[in-house]
Design a protein around this ligand. Structure first.
Ligand code: SF4
Length: 464
């Protein structure tokens, strides 16, 4: 995913590019908020800017390449470049810093969540403007700062880092162990976002179910009342806030721990969306063990059945890896059976690809690239059939749709999402022109719509 921030124009100007996952996006938002508070302007072009900041991703090799290419372009077009984000923390082949090795002329390099270091580098290369009239944050979100996402949805990061050590992942070495944000701060930010017009809050972290583990579920305070730093209490409080503002709360990166069972009644009662993003990655216990996945000992099919009993509307999205080192045909067949039995509503799948620095590179049994790719394609054929059937079952239903796009007040139709679709990763709803002449569609508002058909991964619906 890539996002560029489009700011208003006046000097000193900083070009800003944000690459990477929703967690990187929240880092970008913190930096942009600070830049704006100090009176800098942000622009989308490299050429017109006084300097450029690139927030990078270092997760998979393609992302590394995209980040390095972007830094190269920024250097060629502008010449003054500050690099931050996951790639900035990555060592190069000589043990030094990878970014510095590839692009020695960058002004500064920092790792992720390093707003202050980035600001220090900005100050020493482009002095702060002194204008009391622009020394304000010009946006509607108060303490929540600047959002890169469209105004009606926003990511809420509840923690940084991760205590797990999945063998295919280098995030813990880039971002460190889990650090939960104080629950009072998280809820204050959520409230500011809702008050600023956000209609959908997406809770993100590396491991949402582990929220509070690092602080032994310490009791914090919010609105003068004690509240535990713990997922259930957080979700309940977020749900109540969302209800006051007629908004949605969606949970991402939740592992199938027993404690998640308690959240399902909150979904069944409508307090938070009946949607769980659970990155299972595989189903076979031996593969999960080799991956060192969290909750690998859990009986996931039984757990999913229990979740669906507690909340029949539940939509599950997940990601999987096909062709992990040592994966046998039987283990892969287990994964296909799981996909079929678990009826995962939305699934993505990567063919395993070695990530520089990941422990899985040393596991025996690396499969040939063609076999990994073939398994990915076989998995996706099953996943897409499940998903398509689930979409077909919605035809005829009336659903609540959050409008994402509606040119000309939606007179010619528009685009939106239901509770079953997270932005950017799931499908969407193609909205037909409303039948009633007086009916309008507005971005960031909800409309009821009757599903009349499906189109690939998407639904087609008639608003009314
Ligand atoms: S849970 Fe595993 S895959 Fe996710 S960030 Fe932690 S180590 Fe990486």
């Amino acid at each position: 995913m890539s996002n560029e921030f489009h700011g208003a124009a006046s000097a000193p100007k900083i070009g800003f590019v944000s690459l990477g996952c929703p967690k990187a996006l929240t880092d970008s938002e913190l930096i942009l908020t600070q830049l704006s508070a100090e009176g800098y302007q942000t622009v989308k072009t490299f050429a017109g800017a006084d300097l450029v900041i690139v927030n990078t991703c270092g997760f998979i090799d393609d992302a590394v390449k995209e980040s390095l290419d972007t830094i190269g372009e920024a250097l060629a077009e502008n010449g003054k470049v500050i690099v931050t984000g996951c790639l900035g923390a990555k060592p190069g082949a000589d043990g030094g810093n990878l970014v510095r090795q590839m692009h020695p002329s960058v002004l500064a390099v920092t790792g992720p969540h390093a707003t202050q270091e980035v600001m220090d580098a900005v100050h020493s290369n482009l002095p702060k403007p002194h204008d009391p009239f622009i020394d304000l944050v010009p946006n509607a979100f108060g303490v929540a700062g600047i959002k890169l996402t469209p105004r009606h949805y926003a990511y809420l990061k509840i923690s940084e880092g991760c205590n797990h050590r999945c063998t295919f992942c280098i995030i813990p070495s880039l971002r460190g162990d889990l650090v939960s944000r104080p629950i009072g701060d998280v809820l204050t930010e959520a409230q500011a976002l809702f008050e600023g017009g956000v209609k959908e809050l997406l809770v993100v972290s590396q491991d949402t179910s582990a929220y509070g583990v690092d602080v032994a579920y310490r009791t914090g305070f919010w609105n003068g009342k004690p509240i535990k730093t713990q997922l259930f209490e957080l979700v309940q409080a977020l749900g109540e806030l969302a209800k006051e503002h007629n908004a949605w709360v969606r949970l991402h990166y939740v592992y199938p721990y027993p404690s998640v069972d308690d959240i399902l009644p909150l979904m069944a009662s409508g307090l938070v969306l009946p949607y769980l993003d659970v990155p299972f990655q595989h189903s076979h216990p031996d593969v999960l063990k080799r991956m060192k996945r969290p909750a690998s000992g859990e009986r996931n099919l039984e757990r999913i059945d229990r979740w669906r009993l507690a909340c029949p509307e539940l939509v599950i999205r997940s990601t999987f890896i096909a062709g992990f080192p040592g994966e046998t045909e039987d283990e892969f067949a287990h994964l296909l059976d799981f996909m079929q039995a678990a009826q995962i509503d939305r699934a993505g799948c990567f063919a395993y690809s070695p990530v520089n620095g990941a422990a899985a590179n040393d596991l025996p049994g690396m499969l040939p690239a063609e076999l990994r790719e073939e398994r990915r394609a076989r998995f996706m054929a099953v996943a897409e059939a499940v998903s398509a059937e689930k979409l077909r079952q919605r035809v005829g239903a009336t659903m609540q749709v959050l409008v994402d796009h509606a040119p000309g007040l939606g007179k010619k139709g528009g685009r939106g999402r239901t509770f079953a679709d997270a932005p950017e990763i799931d499908g969407m709803v193609a909205l037909l022109p409303p039948e009633k002449i007086s009916k309008t569609l507005k971005v960031g508002e909800f409309t009821k719509a009757r599903v009349v058909g499906t189109r690939g991964h998407d639904l087609v619906a008639q608003p009314f």
